[in-house]
Structure formats: structure tokens, C-alpha cells
Design a protein around this ligand. Structure first.
Ligand code: BGC
Length: 594
């Protein structure tokens, strides 16, 4: 779980994103050479740019108004100025002088009549960033109509639905007004009796067993419930929902966690579905979960889904070209399995009136660098657009199953030591954030800036980021050396912020509660305390879980953790299985203390 970051710490691309008005354009190219097929050809393009002083993110939605396209589409335009595309997604984008072409990805190369495709790119420019106004689709000018036989009724009328997202997968949208803004507010959370029993069986465990924790649906068999052989639980989705009703709970939390090619940057939580199993993910996993969650019997519960931990951020930072990038992440980026899978889950589950989706957004020690921050927001938007609407997303979760401190109370990102910024310390390593709260609040703003609803809320998993006990500093260091200062002052006692498996010294963090800070819907315990992050040696199992050396205390690391020791506890069982020593340590080092 929770693969470490790969980052380019020394890139200092400005994050001062000014949100330019999204401009929707209908091409002014009114003249299309009449050919025999011309009546069927037509298209509409919506183009928008979020610009800052030297660069911008472009978003393009093309709608096919003509015959179905089945073997690939190409959208082309010319920039007016010196705009230069540096990176694209959802299409292969190339540029020759001012001329740009965007070619459909192989996994999405058809475009039905009235269907849309959205792609995006980052670009540099200087001077004025003028939006292009003329586009072609497969060589035919996009006039907003089907060509000269049916001229646009009014060339200056914008398309009726300018930001219409991809039409696939097409299902109904949630009933308007049915959802509350913050599903955690004002109601009690569901206490998973299976986790409670394990916690209560530990000496001292009854002090924490009454907290709500999430139910992980980490395989198809978890939907119906298993025979008890799985590493963490045998109750199925209906069993949990029935138990929630019996408890009088107001909300219940599930983790949707079974993407094809799961955990592409690590091995500890590889899953049962192969990289090309997107059809099975949809029909055997998401559809049955959606069918149960939609049962009117459960309509009074607020059903919260935490959607696909680590997946989309892995496509940004852990593909080849990044330090430590993997071929498995390249595959999942190229075949669209993560983006389309998350999009499908958001669509199906978001369509249910009492269901709330929070998408995983990594943590500050992963995407807190400028080079990862905006691209991650953009790929999250891409998945939401693939779902049909950003309305399918209630918010995002950070720090899932991770150990980053909530608040570094003895220094902030603006602290300098003897004239040297803490950003230059080995620990901070040029990150823009030193803790999860400041990161979550800032990333929320970025997500709104790229197009998510302004009322989205963040969750922070505080299940193991407490860092109390005797190792916790009690005052800021007085050292004038920046590294000594940061190392003596920091709450987070990990060897390296890229370490993620069963961390030695960690404690329980804030207890779950709603509305703790501005922009934060809740502190939550999504990773149930006491459940392992991964085995510290190879343990054969039938769950697809591999052995990741980041869980081995003797491992001396890799590019993603600065070639440091893993900091993992010894003798850990496979991910999800009960790990008594970890649970005892988390209680002993709880902050606030138990
Ligand atoms: C594991 C899952 C487990 C979850 C909660 C993940 O790391 O891969 O199987 O359900 O943690 O413990």
C-alpha cells in the first residue's frame, strides 16, 4: 500500500495558477469543401486555458457531430503565438512550429455520433496566451454543426453544453439536491464489528475499539463476504450495511480497492485483477457493489466510498521517466485501466442519491512538489470527467494508510534557519509542504481551480500519524544548522518521508471527527489500526500480494526513499492481516495520547 513518491524536487515551476475564464469556442471556419460525405461530418470543440505568467494547462473537449468514428481521431489546431506543448494526457500530442495535433489513445479511439472526448496538456508561452479558435477533427473543420448542408443556426452561439464530458459510461446522474455537503457532519460513524473484535482482543484495545474504521473491499469475494480465509474480514457489503442500520449509524465507509493491475509501483498490495481486466472490474466488482448500495433499504445511511488508493497519483510520478518508475505503471497509464476504472466507479456509485465518493489524492510527501501537484490534480479531473461529471466527486482523501504528521508544530514551510529555508533541508527536500493539513487545504484549492466543485471537502487519514510517545519533540530545536534543526524539531520521526510500510515509532493520530479544520470534512481512520501494510518477508498467499522490500527492516532503500533504511517493523504479516505488535505500538505512541 501507499507507494512512496518519485519526485523532481528541484523543479521550481510556479504554482501561482490564475484561473482564466474557461472560454468556449465554436470555430469560425464556416467553409467546408463539399464532398459526398460532407453531410455526415461535423464537430464541435470547447477549449479552455488556465494560465499563469509563463505557462498554462489547456483542456480540449471535442464532440463528434458526424458519423461514428471507429478507428481513431485526430484533432488539430494552430497556436497564434509561441505556445509550446510540454506534456499531454488522454491523447498523443505533437507540435510542429505553431501546428498541433492530438491523436486518440489506442484504448479510446472511437467516437460515436454526439460523443465527446476530452484531453489536456501543459504548455509554456510568453507574451499573450491567445486561445486558438479554429480546430479540425480528422481533417474536417469544427463548425459546431454537421457541415454546409446544415449550417450553424447562429455561428456565435456557444454549444448548448460546452463542457459536456465523455458520454461513456452513460448512466443517470444523482437526483438533484439529495446529497448533504459533508456526510460526516452531525451523525455517528459505523463501527466495523470485525475490526472492533480484533482491537478489543488486544490488551488495552478497548480504549480505541469504539472508533469508526473503513471496510476495505479489496477483492470481488469481499462483496458477498468470504469464508473467513481472507486476511481481513468475512462480512460482505450487505452484512456491513445491515449492521450499520442495527447500530443506528449515520455514515459507513467502504474502500473501493480492486483496480486492474493494482498497486503498480509497489508489491505489497498487488491484487487479483490483471492489467487488462477492466471489463471484469466493471461487471464483477463495481456493478454488484453499486447494486447493493442502491438498495432503498439503505437509503437513510450516508454511504461513503474511498476510491482507489494510490492509483491515479502513480500514473503521474511512478511511470518510466521518473526515478524508480515501473513498467507496471506504464502499462496502466497506456491502457487507461486506472482512469477508466476510477471513472466508471465514480459514475456508477455517484449516481446513487445517498452515496458519497472521495478519491485518493496521495499525501504531501508524494505530490507536494510543484512538478507533481498540478499534474495530479489534472489526472484526478480526467478521471472525474471520464465519469461524466465532477458532481460524482464529494471530495478527496490524503494520507491514506500513511504516516505523514498532521501538523508540524515547531516549523512551517516559511521557516528559515540562519538564513536558510527549511525547504533546503534533506528531510523537506524542496517540498512545498511540511505536513498533511497545509497540504490538504492547498490541494483542495488546486482541485477547485482545475474544475472541481467549490464545495468539495478533504479527508485526512489519521489512523497512524500521531507520533507521540517519548520520541516526540517538545520544543523547536535551537540549532543553527538547517538539517539539525529540522531533524530535532520534526514530529514525523520516520527515517525518510518516502517510507510507508509498518513504520517503527508511529502512533495513532487524531480520533475520527467531522469538520476539524477549514476545508477538511473529517479526520478518518481509513486504514484500520493493527492491519499490516505488507509482509516483512515473502509469505505465500492466495490474494495476489507480493513481497515489497519496503516492508523489510533490513532493506536499505531505493531512489524513492533516498536509499534509506525502510524503517519497517519486523515480523509483519501480509497487508491487511492483523499485526498485534503494530497495534500495541500505535496505542503506546498515540497523539493525542489515549
Ligand atoms: C491491503 C488490503 C487491506 C487493507 C486494509 C491494504 O494494504 O492490501 O488487502 O484490506 O490494506 O488493511
Amino acid at each position: 500500500m501507499t507507494p512512496p513518491p518519485s519526485r523532481s524536487p528541484r523543479r521550481t515551476l510556479t504554482r501561482a495558477l490564475t484561473v482564466a475564464a474557461a472560454v468556449t469556442l465554436v470555430s469560425g471556419l464556416g467553409v467546408v469543401a463539399a464532398t459526398q460525405a460532407n453531410a455526415a461530418a461535423g464537430c464541435r470543440v470547447a477549449y479552455s486555458a488556465n494560465s499563469w505568467s509563463t505557462g498554462f494547462t489547456g483542456n480540449v473537449t471535442v464532440t463528434n457531430l458526424g458519423d461514428p468514428i471507429t478507428n481513431g481521431w485526430t484533432v488539430a489546431w494552430a497556436f497564434a503565438g509561441n505556445q509550446t506543448v510540454t506534456q499531454g494526457w488522454n491523447a498523443t500530442i505533437t507540435q510542429s512550429a505553431k501546428n498541433v495535433t492530438a491523436v486518440s489513445p489506442t484504448y479510446a479511439n472511437s467516437l460515436a455520433t454526439n460523443a465527446s472526448a476530452t484531453f489536456g496538456f501543459n504548455a509554456n508561452y510568453s507574451g499573450t496566451n491567445t486561445n486558438p479558435t479554429a480546430f479540425t477533427l480528422n481533417g474536417v473543420a469544427c463548425t459546431g454543426s454537421t457541415g454546409p448542408t446544415t449550417p450553424p443556426s447562429s455561428p456565435s452561439t456557444p454549444p448548448s453544453s460546452p463542457s459536456t464530458p465523455p458520454s461513456s459510461p452513460p448512466t443517470s446522474q444523482p437526483p438533484a439536491g439529495a446529497k448533504v455537503d459533508n456526510p460526516y457532519a452531525g451523525v455517528a460513524g459505523y463501527k466495523n464489528p470485525e475490526w472492533q473484535a480484533k482491537a478489543n482482543a488486544e490488551p488495552g484495545g478497548s480504549r480505541v475499539a469504539n472508533n469508526p474504521t473503513a471496510v476495505w473491499l479489496d477483492r470481488i469475494a469481499a462483496i458477498e463476504g468470504t469464508d473467513g480465509s481472507s486476511s481481513n474480514g468475512s462480512m460482505g457489503v450487505r452484512d456491513h450495511l445491515d449492521a450499520a442500520l442495527a447500530q443506528g449509524a449515520g455514515y459507513i465507509q467502504f474502500v473501493i480497492y480492486n483496480l486492474p493491475g493494482r498497486d503498480c509501483a509497489a508489491l505489497a498490495s498487488n491484487g487479483e485483477l490483471g492489467p487488462n481486466d477492466l471489463p471484469r472490474y466493471k461487471s464483477e466488482y463495481i456493478d454488484p457493489i453499486a447494486a447493493i448500495q442502491a438498495d432503498p433499504k439503505y437509503a437513510a445511511l450516508r454511504i461513503i466510498n474511498i476510491v482507489e488508493i494510490d492509483s491515479l497519483p502513480n500514473l503521474v510520478t511512478n511511470t518510466s521517466g521518473n526515478a524508480g518508475g515501473t513498467a507496471a505503471c506504464d502499462t496502466m497509464k497506456a491502457n487507461g485501466g486506472y482512469v477508466q476504472g476510477v471513472g466508471y466507479a465514480l459514475n456508477k456509485l455517484g449516481a446513487i442519491g445517498n452515496v458519497y465518493n472521495y478519491v485518493d489524492a496521495a499525501h504531501h510527501g508524494w505530490i507536494g512538489w510543484d512538478s507533481n501537484f498540478l499534474p495530479t490534480a489534472n489526472i484526478l479531473l480526467q478521471a472525474a470527467q471520464a465519469s461524466g461529471s465532477v458532481n460524482n466527486v464529494t471530495g478527496f482523501i490524503v494520507n491514506t494508510a500513511n504516516y505523514s504528521a498532521l501538523k508540524e508544530q515547531y516549523f512551517g514551510i516559511g521557516t528559515s534557519v540562519n538564513g536558510t529555508s527549511v525547504r533546503q533541508s534533506t528531510w523537506v527536500d524542496w517540498n512545498q509542504y511540511v505536513d498533511e493539513l497545509t497540504f490538504a487545504q492547498s490541494f483542495r484549492n488546486q482541485l477547485v481551480a482545475v474544475g472541481f466543485n467549490s464545495n468539495i471537502g478533504m479527508l485526512i487519514d489519521t489512523s497512524r500519524n500521531g507520533w507521540g510517545g517519548s520520541g516526540r519533540p517538545t520544543a523547536a530545536s535551537t540549532s543553527t544548522d538547517v538539517n539539525t534543526f529540522v531533524n530535532q524539531s520534526r514530529i514525523d520521526r520516520r527515517i525518510h518521508a518516502g517510507n510507508w510500510c509498518n513504520q517503527s515509532g508511529a502512533g495513532l493520530g487524531e480520533r475520527p471527527r467531522a469538520n476539524p479544520e477549514t476545508g477538511i470534512d473529517a479526520y478518518v481512520w481509513v486504514k484500520p489500526p493493527g492491519e499490516s501494510d505488507g509482509s516483512s518477508s515473502l509469505i505465500p498467499n492466495d490474494e495476489g500480494k507480493g513481497f515489497d522490500r519496503m516492508c523489510d527492516p533490513t532493506y536499505t532503500g531505493n531512489a524513492r526513499n533516498g536509499n534509506s533504511l525502510s524503517g519497517a517493523l519486523p515480523n509483519a504479516p501480509i497487508s491487511g492481516a492483523w499485526f498485534s505488535a503494530q497495534f500495541q505500538q500505535l496505542m503506546a505512541n498515540a497523539y493525542p495520547a489515549l
